[in-house]
Design a protein around this ligand. Structure first.
Ligand code: NDP
Length: 287
């Protein structure tokens, strides 16, 4: 029977640590400020933006909200980002993704000053991670590392398999496991015999984007299984979303040494790590 890795508890611990650090900064005259830009009113994005604002409030970070209409042009968005890049009172800039189709997402990400790139998506941040330099790390993979370490599992010397190679999860996840001295394999849709590869893992991180795809057949006895996936698979009678991950939780539960649930595993960590990036921005901007 697996240990359940509780992302709510661990993310709350992190937020409380950050709250104390933010207070220290405030006492020394430094206020941290995050600018959050949302273009259009995609309901899921509005929920994420709302959660980010609430986390800022809890921790004591000032947040500036820019809610722009769907028809905002790329040029207008770039102008706003450039203004925020130049403001010394703004530490972090976050553009909620996805942006509407008429706006080039890559161009927007590249416009953000890498010293304020708290999402860690700028090529500069990605490059810094891959060559072991200081910089912002993409929040979800950074949260996975915290979940593993704070649950008492060592990564050094372990066989780590990441299923998925996206720019926001799989690739940075692999770099972070490597930074922690894991022996890392990245699997993807062209991997031959995924089951055999996944079964090598002492630490299996699943970011495949397919509901409940990873069953016990993919898991080594005693592995630590981290499920990054999140899918809405229905609603309850009272209208609440029913969620599941990329891992078949019930099937894997008996075999794994530890597992993250969905919801309540990786999900809450993403915002906690965004808050950490905001706090870390003070040091990063001293470079
Ligand atoms: P993507 O769809 O961008 O990437 C999925 C990856 O899985 C790709 O690399 C793809 O391979 C690989 N893949 C797809 N099918 C298979 C298969 N049958 N066998 C092996 N590999 C396969 O997804 P993301 O990385 O953006 O997200 C992954 C999951 O994590 C999603 O469920 C998403 O909702 C969730 N997520 C959760 C977050 C959180 O905060 N909890 C944050 C971000 C994402 P290839 O490259 O070859 O196509």
């Amino acid at each position: 029977m697996a240990q359940i890795i509780d992302g709510k508890v661990i993310s709350n611990q992190i937020k409380d640590e950050l709250k104390a650090k933010v207070k220290e900064y405030k006492d020394n005259g430094t206020e941290i400020c995050l600018a959050v830009i949302q273009v259009g009113n995609d309901p899921a994005s509005s929920v994420y933006v709302g959660n980010k604002k609430r986390a800022c409030e809890y921790i004591g970070i000032k947040s500036l909200a820019y809610e722009l209409p769907e028809e905002t042009t790329e040029e207008e968005l770039i102008n706003l980002i450039e203004q925020l890049n130049n403001r010394t009172d703004v530490n972090g800039i976050l553009v909620q993704l996805p942006v509407p189709k008429h706006i080039d997402e890559d161009k927007i990400i590249k416009t953000i000053n890498p010293l304020k790139d708290v999402d860690g998506f700028h090529p500069h941040s990605v490059g810094a991670l891959s060559i072991g330099q200081k910089g912002f790390v993409s929040c979800t993979p950074a949260g996975v590392i915290e979940l593993i370490k704070r649950s008492g599992y060592d990564i050094a010397g372990k066989e780590c398999v990441v299923i998925g190679r996206s720019n926001i999860v799989g690739k940075p996840m692999s770099m972070l496991l490597l930074r922690e001295n894991g022996t890392v394999t990245i699997a993807h849709s062209k991997t031959a015999d995924l089951k055999a590869v996944a079964k090598r893992a002492d630490i299996l991180v699943v970011a495949v984007g397919k509901p409940k795809m990873i069953t016990a057949e993919y898991v080594k006895e005693g592995a630590v299984v981290i499920d990054v996936g999140i899918h809405r698979i229905g609603t309850t009678d009272s209208g609440k979303n029913i969620l599941c991950g990329d891992v078949d939780y019930d099937d894997v539960f008996e075999k794994a040494a530890a597992i993250t649930p969905v919801p309540g595993g990786v999900g809450p960590m993403t915002i906690a790590m965004l808050m950490k990036n905001c706090v870390d921005s003070v040091e990063i901007q001293k470079q």
